[in-house]
Design a protein around this ligand. Structure first.
Ligand code: HEM
Length: 511
């Protein structure tokens, strides 16, 4: 059986045959008729199967993800076709390596059951089951984000979700937040443009979005950005088509991906990276760790790495998609984080939500187990729903006098501190010192929140796209207050004067 099939099959019970049993194996007398006190009397408390069936039913749901609640996914394989060993020692990126993987596509703001085609940024989250454990790239279908500091993320998501007072989505608070957070302009330009309404999950590109670090065998670091280019081509809906589809089929993206894979029409994405020499970061014209910015492909062109193909549907949606715990802190040797504050906040946030959402031992679930499960050697133990346990002779603490080791930087004998930079996380590039401070991002010469969205508007979008952008923006403005309306005009005028004027003109005609 291939490694990818093994990943997919993990946890599956053998097909049910014959009569039903209780989960603990005892035969069930009846699934249809409860025990009663006489043919006309009440049901009884000691009808064990009835009670167990109702009680378990009450516990079938886990809390949905706070953002990205609605999603769907598939499994497949990553194939590396190029030699990038000069840049990374990560085993999964070595030429000719094939790595089992899964993906979860999602929307950000909608709840479970909300339409896939509501205008939104779309999640593009990848898990690779590598020889060195799980590696997750939890990105989106846009190369940027609304924010550059994780401390604003809860406020941002609150403003996109529902109003406490009435449980309704509210465009006034969406625009109020965006227009008072000018760093959002680049991402809002993507969101209000065609990329906010991809036709399907297959017809969109994905991005790691952040700047990450790659490190080679010699310990030499470079900065990289991941790009996943769809081979299916880009297809998008207009505002009107997306709204119509939202009413017709809320699960349109989920169904499309499932059907394509069932029919053997396996979607493929080419994996490419932009590579920035380590030393360039200091003086690049935009702060290269600021997630609201891209790196110009003229400065840092795309390098081919390989491709991934989605050729297997999940065997069970809940076990493998709802319970999957994708997490930017799932890193492997050869890849690291960067001084991007958003990424640093994310390194905490995901595992914490997963402990709450699924439970403390979510990493023991089949879909979250690494491929090298037999090598897992951890001092974490016990807690709710613990079903894996260490060998009885293994100590449960470190350091210890037994043969069970500590971390690879520890000396193994004592608790002596590893000395030096945390190069396993990323080689620290900060020539200005590493004191912990609260300070704004250091601006580089061209840093300005509106320059890049302005370029996107003027130089990348054609006239039709520009008009659709203005149309989509003004559709999304329905119901906003006069005060926020003026903020919106100023915001788009800052991006581009013509766009600001067009939004004003078009919105006036829609009032
Ligand atoms: C500091 C900023 C951020 C915080 C605190 C944050 C937090 C979260 C949390 C708690 C989840 C739910 C995780 C789970 O229960 O499985 C989530 C999901 C997700 N986030 Fe973020 N997020 C942040 C920024 C971002 C950015 C910048 C991106 C993309 C570049 C992103 C992409 C995603 C995706 C794709 C998912 C869904 C993962 C899945 O499919 O299971 N998030 N986020």
């Amino acid at each position: 059986m291939s490694a990818a099939d093994e990943v997919l099959k993990k946890g599956e019970r053998v097909a049910g045959q014959g009569n039903s049993t209780r989960p603990s194996g005892q035969p069930v007398p009846s699934e249809n008729t409860s025990i009663t006190a006489g043919p006309q009397g009440p049901t009884v408390l000691d009808d064990i199967h009835l009670i167990e069936k109702l009680a378990h039913f009450n516990r079938e749901r886990v809390p949905e993800r706070t953002p990205h609640a609605k999603g769907h996914g598939a499994f497949g394989e990553l194939h590396i076709t190029e030699d990038v060993s000069e840049f990374t020692k990560a085993k999964l990126f070595q030429k000719d390596t094939v790595t089992p993987m899964m993906v979860r596509f999602s929307t950000v703001a909608g709840e479970q059951g909300s339409p896939d085609t509501w205008r939104d940024v779309h999640g593009f989250a990848l898990r690779f089951y590598t020889e060195d454990g799980n590696y997750d790239i939890v990105g989106n279908n846009t190369p940027t984000f609304f924010l550059r500091d994780g401390i604003k993320f809860p406020d941002f998501i609150h403003s996109q979700k529902r109003l406490g007072r009435n449980g309704l989505r509210n465009s006034d608070m969406q625009w109020d937040f965006w227009t008072r957070s000018p760093e959002s302009a680049h991402q809002v330009t993507y969101l209000m443009g065609d990329r906010g309404t991809p036709k399907t999950s297959r017809h969109q590109d994905g991005f790691g979005s952040h700047t990450f670090q790659w490190v080679n065998e010699e310990g030499k670091p470079v900065w990289i950005k991941y790009h996943f280019k769809t081979r299916q081509g880009w297809e998008t809906f207009t505002d009107a088509e997306a709204a119509e589809m939202a009413g017709k089929n809320a699960d349109y993206h989920r169904e499309d991906l499932y059907n394509a894979i069932e029919q053997g029409d396996y979607p493929i994405w080419d994996v490419k990276v932009q590579i920035m020499p380590f030393e360039d970061a200091e003086n690049y014209r935009w702060n290269p760790f600021d997630l609201t910015k891209t790196w110009s492909q003229k400065d840092y062109p795309l390098h081919d790495v390989g491709y991934f193909v989605l050729n297997r549907n999940p065997r069970n949606f809940f076990a493998q998609i709802e319970q999957v715990a994708l997490d930017p802190s799932n890193l492997v040797p050869g890849v690291g984080l960067s001084p991007d504050r958003m990424l640093q906040a994310r390194a905490f946030a995901y595992a914490d939500q997963q402990r709450y959402r699924i439970g403390a031992n979510y990493k023991q679930l089949p879909v979250n187990q690494p491929l090298n499960a037999d090598k897992v050697n951890t001092y974490e133990h016990e807690g709710s729903m613990s079903f894996l346990f260490n060998n009885e002779d293994d100590p449960v603490y470190s350091p210890n006098r037994y043969s069970k080791g500590a971390g690879f930087l520890d000396d193994g004998e004592t608790s002596a501190q590893p000395n030096g930079q945390a190069a396993d996380l990323y080689v620290n590039p900060d020539p200005h010192g590493t004191d912990l401070v609260r300070a704004p991002y250091v601006k580089h010469q061209d840093d300005d929140d509106f320059i890049q969205p302005g370029i996107l508007y003027r130089e990348v979008m054609n006239d039709d796209e520009k008009e659709r952008l203005a149309d989509n923006i003004t559709n999304a403005m329905a119901g906003i207050s006069e005060q926020v309306e003026e903020q919106v005009y100023e915001y788009w005028t800052n991006v581009d004067e013509n766009l600001g004027a067009r939004v004003r003109e078009l919105f006036a005609s829609k009032k």
